[in-house]
Design a protein around this ligand. Structure first.
Ligand SMILES: [Zn+2]
Length: 99
């Protein structure tokens, strides 16, 4: 159960960072680890693919140090979703934390 809940937080986290800058898999794994979320490539890449196929992220392949790397940015649809989640996070925070 904790994993289900964490996965939702992880998706919101990805959208947030993809709104701020272009993000890539390894960088996201490091950022998420910094927040205490352990996520394997086998979990992260399907999430990125799903967010992309759902139209919430766009993907661009760039070559960095002779390696192909996929960079993701948020789409207008993704930003809409992120803003809806911001409202829900705010309401949840007020109820669960702020009391
Ligand atoms: Zn973060």
């Amino acid at each position: 159960m904790i994993r289900d809940l964490e996965l939702a937080f992880i998706k919101i986290h990805i959208l947030y960072h993809a709104d701020t800058e272009a993000v890539f898999g390894v960088g996201l794994m490091e950022e998420l680890a910094r927040h205490g979320y352990e996520i394997s490539p086998g979990t992260l890449y399907p999430i990125l693919a799903k967010l992309e196929s759902g139209g919430f992220l766009t993907c661009e392949t760039r070559t960095v140090a002779h390696k192909q790397r996929k960079y993701y940015r948020i789409t207008p649809e993704g930003r809409k979703l992120l803003n809806r989640m911001r409202e829900k996070i705010k309401a949840l925070y007020q109820e669960v934390i702020d009391q």
